[in-house]
Design a protein around this ligand. Structure first.
Ligand code: NAD
Ligand code: IPM
Ligand code: MN
Length: 365
């Protein structure tokens, strides 16, 4: 069968990395007898400047009909910060209730981490970031703007439903991993109301998962742990704001933002996959950025995208395709063929995409 995929290449380096991700996805799906029908949406800076809106109700409605969405990156210096980020990216996450933001932190063999003495077996955890609440809801406002007694308020929202569904999904994920260990990362010593709720929900839901070991870390201490002892982490669950921050740190410890992938998942609806990085405008069109983050987001998409009319064999095929991509990335990196994940690798974005596509073709299925 063929899955229906919407792509939003977006701004800056978005189109370049999306192209390589789709190249690898097509090869991997082809190897297991699956394919995607793609429809590209030209959203982003140009669309906004032309139409005055980041996305129309009509397009939002259309997107509901897809099995998944792939997004390159949005944001551009020609547009005031926040308009595209909130109006397009966050709008999609909220509109489709993609309440899980899954961000693996994995040091692949052959990749240099800034952490001295840490090896691939030490850095291999996943962050489950709540993706619809916290400081991101846009609740707040400004009073007396510009006046000396100006007041700005930005309110964090946590609901029992929103917290519980995220925590439960994280427990399920932790249970599926060999270590069976879930850490809650919060600031419950200060955010006694909001993160007090997180702690209570974590303990309550945890009773249903006696086979999963529970840890809890304050977010400041977690940052230290991520640098000094990342081997203590396996599955991490955290709120939206802290998840945003610690996953950039995570990207850094796994060798750079050029390899950090992200999935905005609605387990019951339409999910959206993207690299963690943004549109990096200074590098747009230069063929120097690393497409591995987008390629690995494509693998995550193969694993998690849903379709009501697929067979169990097709679902297994998707998982196989995801593994083919991940194994290809591992073998190319392990062979030392991409010495540097930054813009200074000396390799073209397309060359790296070709290397991975070739490794997928050559791998034994
Ligand atoms: P950025 O992630 O775009 O770039 C920061 C730096 O990271 C770059 O200068 C570059 O050195 C490096 N980098 C990024 N992608 C890379 C890649 N694929 N390979 C190698 N190196 C890479 O962050 P920024 O400069 O803070 O933001 C630029 C724009 O992107 C802003 O408008 C911001 O709001 C937006 N943004 C969008 C998303 C998204 O669409 N998901 C995420 C973050 C930022
Ligand atoms: C990310 C980005 C977004 C976020 C921005 C661009 C809205 O930083 O995907 O991590 O804060 O979630
Ligand atoms: Mn971020």
């Amino acid at each position: 069968m063929s899955y229906r995929l919407a792509t939003i290449p977006g701004d800056g380096i978005g189109p370049e990395v999306t192209r390589e991700a789709m190249k690898c996805l097509d090869v991997a799906l082809g190897r297991v007898g699956l394919k995607v029908d793609r429809h590209e949406y030209g959203l982003g800076k140009d669309h906004y400047l032309r139409t005055g809106e980041p996305i129309s109700e009509g397009i939002l409605e259309e997107l509901r009909g897809f099995d998944a969405i792939f997004l390159g990156a949005v944001g551009h210096p020609d547009v005031k910060p926040g308009i595209l980020e909130k109006g397009l990216l966050l709008r999609l996450r909220f509109e489709f209730d993609q309440y899980i933001n899954l961000r693996p932190v994995k040091l692949y063999p052959g990749v240099a981490t800034p952490l001295r003495d840490k090896r691939p077996e030490d850095i291999d955890f996943v962050v489950v970031r709540e993706n619809t609440e916290c400081l991101y809801t846009g609740v707040g406002g400004i009073l007396k703007q510009g006046a000396p007694d100006e007041v700005a308020q930005q309110t964090a929202i946590y609901t029992r439903k929103g917290t519980e569904r995220c925590v439960r999904w994280a427990f399920e994920l932790a249970r599926s991993r060999p270590e069976k260990r879930l850490a809650l990362v919060d600031k419950a010593n200060v955010l006694t109301y909001g993160h007090g709720l997180w702690r209570r929900v974590f303990e309550e839901v945890g009773q249903e998962y006696p086979d999963v070991a529970r840890d809890a870390y304050y977010v400041d201490a977690c940052c230290m742990l991520m640098v000094e002892a990342p081997e203590k982490l396996d599955t991490v669950v955290t709120c939206n704001m802290f998840g945003d921050i610690i996953t950039d740190l995570g990207a850094s410890v796994q060798g750079g933002i050029g390899i950090a992938a992200s999935g905005n998942i609605n387990p019951e609806g339409v999910s959206m996959f993207e690299p963690v990085h943004g549109s990096a405008p200074p590098f747009a069109g230069k063929n120097v950025v690393n497409p591995l983050a987008a390629i690995l987001a494509g693998a995550m998409m193969a694993r998690y995208m849903g379709s009501a009319d697929e067979s169990p064999a097709e679902a297994l095929g998707r998982e196989k395709a995801a593994k083919l991509i991940e194994t290809a990335v591992e073998s190319v990196l392990g062979a030392g063929r991409i010495p540097d994940l930054s813009v200074h690798s000396g390799l073209g974005t397309d060359q790296i995409g070709d290397m991975i596509a070739e490794a997928i073709t050559e791998a034994s299925a």
